[in-house]
Design a protein around this ligand. Sequence first.
Ligand code: MRU
Length: 388
Amino acid sequence: MSGLQAIRYTRGKLEVLDQLRLPHEHHYDDVATSEEAFDCIKAMRVRGAPAIAIVAALAHGVELHKGACKASTATETISYIDSRLDYLKESRPTAVDLTNAITHLKSVVRAVETSTLEQAAAKSAVIDAYIAAAEEIFRKDTETNLRIGEHGSKWLLDNAPVKSPEGKISVLTHCNTGSLATSGHGTALGIIRSLHSAGNLYHAFCTETRPYNQGSRLTAFELVYECMPATLITDSMAGALFATKKAERYISAVIVGADRVVRNGDTANKVGTYALAVLARYHGIKFIVAAPTTSIDLQTTTGADIKIEERKPEELTQISGAVVGSNGKVDISRVARVATAHQEIGVWNPAFDVTPAELIDAVVTEKGVVVKSENGAFDFRDIMPERW
Ligand code: MRU
């Protein structure tokens, strides 16, 4: 597993790697309250659906551990926890992992049997149960991702339309779905990692992922960090890449993560995903969504009902970067924000788009790979009978 860690946690202390400073600086912020977690998520110092949920859950655990809850009874403690979680839920709207984590945490605290306990003990029992459940979400995420890596790499090796002469696979990924977006290993990037560690990766391409550049700033960083054979392209080069079928440029699959997979398989993910899915279908390239079951939303029927977050114009009209000196070397002590467009131009900046299920070949979860049934629909009943 990678040594890169977006989230460092021990009981009572949560540190979050500031992804706005990557790849130039490796700086961890202490996140000790719900307000700090809200800001950190909203500003995208931490991002990626699983990481957002983990940081929100653990940050509230840290403030509970430090005595932030002044309630006396178990019932009041549960109301306090509910209100903090409801507040955190508003930090980013599209990724469903946060909502699913909150629903789970609320049900855990309600299941604590407190009727035989005196008041202070009842309050402690609720808080202890919350903290244990938040820590379990963090711990389980890496295990989940390792399973996704196993299932996804096996499925790809069995179903790739083309391989290198040695039987290896080349893929393209979008955005960042690796260790930086999760507690470790990653989802779509986790599959690439698993292919690589088993000697089955020929080449990985990553898109720049405008406007926030998760691909060039974060995925490229992870790929270089782990010495994987990899190439960066701009988002607009994907079509040219798919059309140029030579050696490592003969792509078998596009592998992406998800912020929300709804009941029929429609998938919200980083803006640009939909265009890649259309291109992949045209070129006979498999299109795979890698998502833990915590990213699946069975309450929403189709992608038309997904709320898509719109972000501020400056993400398109300005960019941050480290200054390159006249010797051609990057000076990481000089990070600057520069304008890349007229500052008065109107801007539309949706953070995500929705890829229709018909363009998706497989959804890889920790519980197995789901492919479309004969009627062309995804059916998650077998892997999620308890939530169906
Ligand atoms: O805006 P971001 O960076 O949070 O968007 C991230 C993505 O779209 C990821 O693909 C998704 O959250 C899955 S991360 C395992």
